[in-house]
Design a protein around this ligand. Structure first.
Ligand code: GRF
Length: 212
């Protein structure tokens, strides 16, 4: 399926209720990609709004970034709680904020089919490799260890597998022989910060266009 066709598929499942697509961001870590989404959303061409942010990690910087911007945010801790209860808490918060598209931006939990069914074809994920290469954890390291000459990042629709859903967009960069993990991670993050907001905005545009 082409990138446009996947975006059309996502858009078919969204009927925007306001003049901006309502996006919920799930992030476990530093939230630099959340920040890229926030920064883009300040621009005139932006067709989405971050309606809420959830992190499963106490002290996550993603929550601070949301707070600074006045975005609804919540810690939903996955520890010491059964997965269905954890996911119900996520769903309740997303529904409270009328989320129309869920963006996993460094969210380190695997979502169940029952969660995905509630947001059918409306969950996208960002992964730091050129999928289908190097699925799962430690993808940047895996690309270096494999001796790859190029790597990059992928935005894909989430399905029941681990990093297996249809690919929406990718950006690539070289791996230099003198790179260390930190240098390569930085290079990939720059790609991610540019790519993710564009993809989300393209999904927003497609979901509005279909109602014209
Ligand atoms: C990104 O590299 C993303 O590809 C991966 O987790 C990282 C999140 O970084 N899934 P940040 O929290 O957005 O800085």
């Amino acid at each position: 399926m082409s990138s446009d066709a996947i975006i059309e598929t996502i858009a078919r499942h969204i009927t925007p209720a306001t003049n901006k697509l309502q996006v919920g961001v799930l992030a476990s870590g530093s939230g630099s990609n959340l920040q890229a989404l926030i920064d883009f959303s300040d621009g005139d061409e932006c067709l989405y709004e971050i309606s809420c942010v959830i992190s499963n990690t106490p002290g996550s910087r993603a929550l601070d970034r949301a707070q600074q911007k006045g975005i609804g945010h919540r810690l939903v801790d996955h520890r010491n709680v059964a997965k269905p209860i954890f996911e119900n808490r996520l769903l309740n918060f997303l529904q409270e904020y009328n989320v129309e598209l869920v963006v996993l931006a460094g969210f380190m939990r695997v979502l169940s089919v029952s969660f995905l069914n509630r947001f059918h074809n409306r969950v996208i994920n960002l992964h730091p490799s050129l999928l289908p290469e190097h699925r799962g954890l430690d993808a940047i390291n895996k690309a270096m260890k494999a001796g790859d000459e190029h790597t990059g990042c992928t935005v894909h629709l989430v399905d029941a597998g681990l990093d297996t859903g249809p690919i929406i967009a990718q950006s690539s960069c070289p791996i230099f022989h003198h790179d260390d993990l930190e240098q390569l991670t930085k290079r990939i993050q720059q790609l991610e910060h540019a790519l993710l907001p564009i993809v989300v905005n393209n999904i927003a545009r497609a979901s509005f266009d279909k109602h014209r």
